[in-house]
Design a protein around this ligand. Sequence first.
Ligand code: PLP
Length: 388
Amino acid sequence: MNTYSRQQVAFSHGAGSKLWDIQGKEYLDAIAGIAVNTLGHAHPKLTAALSVQIGKLMHVSNVYQILEQEKLADQLCKLSGMQEVFFCNSGCEANEAAIKLARMYGHKQGIENPNIIVMEKAFHGRTLATLSATGNRKVQAGFEPLVKGFVRVPYNDLAAIEQVAAHTPDVVAILVEPIQGEGGIRISDIEYLEGLRKICDQKNWLLMLDEVQCGVGRTGTWFAFQHTSIMPDVMTLAKGLGAGVPIGACLANGRATGTFGPGNHGSTFGGNPLACTAATTTLQVIEEDKLMANAKSIGDFMLQELKSRLGNLPGVIDIRGQGLMLGISLSKPCGELVARGIEKGILINVTVDTVVRLLPPLIYSKADAEQLLDVLCPMITDFVNQGA
Ligand SMILES: *Cc1c(COP(=O)(O)O)cnc(C)c1O
């Protein structure tokens, strides 16, 4: 079906931060399949681990014990401090699990019509419940009636939440991205997340963090909430977790644990041995190769360079970033920069029409970053100066 407006390029293979198209032209990857290819392309440790696993066992049903899944769950709980994990195959599924969990949490307290607070410019996926939670009319239009039970407030605005707390009955949870990715790399304040934690504790609500894009090392810590002092009650992961193999996870902690029992939720493919081996290997390589420290130092370098090379241009509104999640906000729609980048051999992304988004693989070297900046910065400079 015609669901994507695709660029005129097809890749044949990749290695590290590079991809080659079917004509043999080389590209530097600064999008990583939208924050998916954590380890770049064809990472030898991931390729080896997956090859072995494929030769042993790819799939068994969740009616059996799956040791690869247990190992990954233990690893994720150890790294995050969370207590329980449900595995699925994507970000929207992880958020569906979180939404269902919040509703059941409410029902168990006798709340028949539970509400979840969600944010303007949020992105949580494209299933019916998650597009209803998403704060982008383009994602919702044509798919009404939307799923009920979401209350929307401005992002990074504690007063707005307090307002809802005072006036909306039957709230059971807040669902929020610590950094809005599709929304344009908008980074919430530490005090905001800490304030949400306090309100949730006072009200007995669940604080549910969507870390589908910002989780798994990308911001320089395992999870973005680890830049703060708080723990979430629920956290969702997907994109970077399997470094290219589809896997999603919904984690629960504290008062959110024990909500689901057998039969309440499930997935045929979720948590299969292949996907779980991809994820355990990804986590292991991030640790062994110190990729979180790399994400921080390369990300800091890129942010500083972007600011000094582009910050003073009239058409550049803002430059934001944390680790290897970077956004350059322009004063006019800039979707055409994606194709211009392809011509020049760099793969970048544009979101919310006006924000150039960079999500390089965590293996990016200083040389990769310099190569990217040397192509990208003149390209953006020319673009904003056009017609000026
Ligand atoms: C991409 C994304 C999703 C949806 O993930 P899919 O795997 O495409 O379903 C949900 N939340 C956030 C924050 C995302 O970036």
